[in-house]
Design a protein around this ligand. Structure first.
Ligand code: MF3
Ligand code: CO
Length: 255
């Protein structure tokens, strides 16, 4: 599938999809507290998304059974919400969600602390978020995809962290996953030339230890092989003539 350039009308719909997802993440952030189950988060997230007249895009995607991926501590991504999995003080929890608004997708992830967490966990969350911002310094016309990927990797690895290789970001639009793939690590090829109107979901997944991950028996939950903590930070962005527009950032950002 070719990389698509979105029309002004499509961009307007993606902005709206992004705004709604940003608001959803903000509401989830405020609701998080020790004692909550990961299924509580999923139920609340789905309710919020539907209250905006949107569809949670992850639900039943390739058989994924929930609306929000909830991944705790050494879980990297795609954790399946469960009523027996209770959040406790000191956990870090990655929430990944996607919405469809009038046929257009947005996709974003945040990693939050439950109460007080260790300085190590805090740094991992901050560096993961910052690696996204280091990457999008190159999300402009004239740069290639690999410039984004290389910047994410160099920043995260400068802290001694492991950059997950087995999962990547992606183009997004009328489908959750469109071309191109957006790796968080340098490729040998420079990748596509970036052009205004391209929309990308950029999503560094960073481990405190090694980059290796394994899949659990549920065939979804991805965990670090060495048991180290992992964080995930993702936004849907639009390439413009100038600075990239982050479509899923909450305005009045507390993040
Ligand atoms: N952000 C993830 C991705 O782009 C979410 C997909 S999870 C699934 O792959 F549940 F939808 F599969
Ligand atoms: Co994604």
């Amino acid at each position: 599938m070719a990389v698509t350039i979105k029309s002004p009308r499509e961009i307007e719909l993606m902005r709206k999809a992004g705004e709604i997802l940003a608001a959803t993440h903000e509401e989830l952030r405020k609701a998080l507290k020790p004692g909550m189950s990961t299924l509580d988060i999923d139920r609340l997230g789905e309710k919020i998304i539907r209250s905006y007249g949107c569809i949670p895009s992850f639900k039943n995607y390739n058989g994924y059974p929930a609306s929000i991926c909830v991944s705790v501590n050494d879980e990297v991504v795609h954790g399946i919400p469960n009523r027996h999995r209770i959040l406790k003080e000191g956990d870090i929890v990655s929430l990944d969600a996607g919405v469809i608004y009038q046929g257009y997708h947005s996709d974003a992830a945040r990693t939050w602390a439950i109460g007080e967490v260790t300085p190590e966990a805090k740094q991992l969350m901050e560096v993961t978020k910052q690696s996204f911002f280091e990457g999008i310094k190159f999300a402009k016309p004239g740069y290639h995809l690999n410039d984004i990927s290389t910047a994410i990797q160099s920043y995260a690895e400068s802290f001694g962290y492991g950059v997950v290789r087995d999962l990547v970001g992606h183009g997004i639009g009328t489908h959750l996953h469109e071309d191109p793939e957006v790796p968080n690590f340098a490729m040998k090829r420079k990748g596509i030339l970036l052009r205004p109107g391209m929309t990308l979901a950029i999503e560094p997944m960073i481990n405190a230890g090694g980059p290796e991950v394994v899949w659990m028996d549920d065939d979804w939950t991805v965990v670090t092989e060495d048991g180290s903590l992992s964080a995930h930070y993702e936004n849907t962005i639009l390439i413009t003539e100038g600075e990239p527009e982050i479509l899923t950032l909450y305005k009045g950002d507390a993040e």
